[in-house]
Each structure stands twice: as C-alpha cells, then as structure tokens.
Design a protein around this ligand. Structure first.
Ligand SMILES: Cc1cc2nc3c(=O)[nH]c(=O)nc-3n(C[C@H](O)[C@H](O)[C@H](O)COP(=O)(O)OP(=O)(O)OC[C@H]3O[C@@H](n4cnc5c(N)ncnc54)[C@H](O)[C@@H]3O)c2cc1C
Length: 411
C-alpha cells in the first residue's frame, strides 16, 4: 500500500513506470558501459575544467534518447512542442530520477529537461523567429542552453544586476559579466538578463530584459569554469559579455519585463530542487537501512541498536513530510496559482531535512560513508549546494514571512 493517500493520475503513473524502465536501459546501463570514463575525473574533464568531448557526447545521447522516447519534454508546454503534463509530472519525474539514479548515475540529471538547460515554460515567450531557429534543436536534445541571471554583484538580490544592453541600430549590444551559470560550459545558448532601461531598473520598476544569446556570438567568452566542492572540473562558469550583438528576434518576453521570466525560471528551479532533495534522501535512506540490517557490530546487526535505527526513523518522518509538501505544491501550481509561500516553504524544508537525512545515512555507514563509490558524500554536497541555488534558505524564509505579513495565513 502506498504511503501517500493522494492518487497520481493513471496516465502519470504509466509515464513514471515507463520512465523508470528508460532510466534503467538508457542511463544506468550507459553509465555501466562507460564507467571507466564517467568515474575517472581525469577523463571526465578536460584541462580547462569542462566535460571532455566523450562525456559531452554521453550527455547529449541521454538527452536525445529521452526526447525520442517522450520523456525529455514531458512538462514543457504544448505551445512550444512539449507534452504539457504539468508540475505534478515534473516533480514526480525528477523525484523518481534522483531516487533511481542516485548521485552515481548522474547522467540521469540530463534525462529530463529543466529550465536551466532545456525547454521549459520560460521559453513560451520567445519570438517566432527564435522558435524556428532555436527550439527544434533544444526539444530534440541536440542542443542545450543555460540561464544567465546571477552576477558577481547580484545573487539573492538579482534586480541589482548591472549587465546592460545598449541600443545599437535595431538591436542592442550587451556588456557585462555572469557568474555561477550552470551548463554554460557546454551550452549552445544562454538566456541573458540585462538592463535595458537604467532609470527604471534603479527604481526597481522593470527596466531589465531577457535575451537569447548564442554562446558562439562575437564578444561572448567563458572566462572560467568554476570548480565546486572538490571536483577538478564542473558545469558552473563565469562569462564575459563584451559588446555581444543581439537583435529584436532574440528578445524573450516583453522589453523591460525580463525579471518576471527570471522569477518563473527560479520557481521551476524550486520545484526541481525540492524533488531532487526528496529523491536523493530516499535513495540514501534505503541504502542506510540495507546497510544497517547487514552490518554487524558487538554481535548484532547495527539496525538492532536504537542509536542507529531512531535517526533513520527520524529521516523517514521528515522526508515523507517533504514529499507530501512537494506533491501538494505541484498540484497548486497545476491549478494555476503561484503558490509563492508554499513553494518557498517546500524548497527550504525539503533541502534542510533531506540534507540531514543524507548526513544520517553517512553516519550509519561508518567509514564506508565517505568512500567515493558509495556516493553519499556526493549526495550531501549536492544538497548543500541546493541550499543556496534558486533562493537560499534565508531568502525563502524572507519570502514566506512577507507572504504571512501580507495576510496569507493559510497553512
Ligand atoms: C550550484 C549552483 C548553481 C547555480 N546556477 C545558477 C544558474 O544557472 N544561473 C544563475 O543565474 N545563477 C545560478 N546560481 C546562483 C544562485 O542563484 C545564487 O548563488 C543565489 O541566488 C545566492 O546568491 P549569492 O551566491 O550571490 O549569495 P548572496 O546573495 O551574496 O547571499 C550571501 C548570504 O547572505 C544571505 N542573504 C542575502 N540577503 C539576505 C537577506 N535579505 N536576508 C537574509 N539573508 C540574506 C544569503 O541567504 C546567503 O546566506 C547557482 C548557484 C549554485 C550554488
């Protein structure tokens, strides 16, 4: 019997069952076949820190296979060529992918499109010309994109960004610097946020626009790959935009109203990261339970000691609550609400309790918990990063309280 009373629609259950089979044959089997490459950092990354060409090829293959099988674009709006299954499918599919693949089979993170590297609702507002030039490759998984909002001087306070688009003929020239951009290391396109009306931007009344920029445009330069938590390479980077030309067809959404698109992307990120947290926490909890039943100390399986079993029961309580919150907020979003408070609560709560769950799983494994092959520390580091990405937990609390103070007291 399911632990969750809410019944996922039959169509979605079928999609998830098919996705699980796809992950087994197209992600996990591919990882096994190429484990020599994927588990050797010296082959996984080039000297400059980017994924090596064979690694990029494997990532592309997963995207393409998933697109052909109908999973990659499952939550992308039909208006831009996706299946339009909505937020509940998005949440459930990402939770499943993380629980099934764990941190080791990380190619799974490319099996479903998300706003920061593939098609999503963020792109509903691209121009007709952009649809023709850019969407087919992205939907097929042949190409990928990234989302350039944060800057060295503008993180949580994204509206403080200073990258500017100066008028030039019919279009603009973009000058500035972006940082922490996930996937910029191999993306074909970046959605760049830039000031188009300095006076309005200074008053925080619009004045920021979004543009679709090819990463091989003149003046676009990846300055460095940012190596996160002990990796010798990575997918986050810092980029310089030095007079990059953009034309009107590259505008995403209305001029001067780009931050609204930025916020939509960040919201999709909060759903994705809530699901990712629960998926990784369930993966780690299942591993910890199996290990505790197997590992013997002082003549008994360590699962017999309450010092081991109670923390795992604690994890189960909290991860279950996070899972319910995720399913709930996904349905609120599918009903058309913005669910600002609920999404902020879900992401903050999910990441925090799931981080603790992975930590308890590490502790249950004793010294084995730190062995690279187990993947537990990798899962911990991933969740630690999610604690900052797409709204830090402090910013989420700030948002929650702002909503409460406005009178949204429904809990
Ligand atoms: C793994 C990863 C991937 C990312 N990918 C992308 C990407 O693809 N595209 C992109 O544009 N950005 C990306 N980011 C950047 C991310 O959006 C920012 O890191 C985030 O918004 C926080 O900004 P910051 O790092 O500049 O921290 P800051 O905003 O400088 O915050 C520093 C600390 O101060 C706290 N703080 C700030 N203001 C307040 C306040 N008002 N009240 C209480 N506390 C406050 C924060 O919570 C934090 O603890 C990524 C980040 C990470 C970690």
């Amino acid at each position: 019997m399911s632990a969750i009373a809410f019944h996922l629609p039959d169509e979605l259950q079928d999609v998830l069952a098919d996705l699980e089979a796809f992950l087994a044959t197209e992600v996990i089997a591919r990882h096994e076949k190429h484990a020599d490459l994927l588990e050797d950092p010296r082959r996984l990354y080039d000297e400059d820190g980017r994924h090596s060409a064979p690694a990029q090829q494997l990532i592309r293959e997963v995207r393409q296979a998933s697109s052909a099988a109908g999973f990659f674009n499952l939550s992308v709006p039909p208006s831009i060529g996706g299946r339009g299954l909505g937020y509940l499918a998005y949440y459930s599919a990402w939770e499943l992918a993380n629980r099934t693949c764990g941190p080791r089979n990380w190619l799974g993170t490319f099996a479903l499109s998300h706003w920061a590297f593939g098609p999503s609702a963020v792109l509903e507002q691209v121009t007709d010309e952009a649809r023709e030039r850019f969407l087919p490759g992205l939907l097929a998984g042949d190409t990928s994109m990234c989302f350039g909002l944060s800057e060295p001087g503008a993180g949580s306070d994204a509206a403080a960004l200073t990258t500017r688009a100066e008028p030039d003929g019919d279009g603009w020239r973009v000058h500035g610097r972006k940082i922490w951009t996930t996937n910029v290391t191999f993306a074909d396109w970046m959605v760049v946020f830039a000031v188009t009306d300095a006076e309005r931007a200074a008053r925080r009344r619009g004045g920021i626009s979004a543009f679709l920029v090819p990463t091989d445009a003149p003046g676009f330069r990846l300055d460095r790959v940012i190596r996160m938590h002990g990796h010798i390479g990575g997918v986050e980077g810092e980029t310089v935009l030095d007079g990059v030309p953009v034309e009107p067809w590259q505008l995403v959404g209305p001029l001067d109203d780009g931050l609204r698109i930025g916020l939509l992307g960040v919201s999709l990120g909060r759903v994705y990261n809530s699901a990712r947290s629960v998926g990784l926490a369930r993966w780690s909890l299942e591993k910890a339970i199996a290990y505790a039943k197997d590992r013997v100390a002082f003549g008994q399986p360590i699962a017999d000691y309450q010092g081991v079993s109670f923390p795992l029961a604690e994890s189960a309580m909290q991860v279950h609550a996070a899972h319910l919150m995720g399913l709930n907020v996904a349905q609120l979003l599918d009903q058309g609400g913005r669910a600002v408070k609920e999404l902020s609560m879900t992401k903050a709560f999910s990441v925090e309790v799931c981080l603790r769950a992975v930590d308890r799983a590490i502790q249950t494994h004793g010294a084995r918990g730190f062995v690279n092959e187990e993947g537990l520390v990798e899962a911990y580091n991933t969740l630690r990063l999610i604690n900052v990405a797409d709204g830090t937990n402090e910013i989420l609390r700030r948002t929650i309280f702002q909503q409460l103070a406005k009178g949204d007291l429904d809990l």
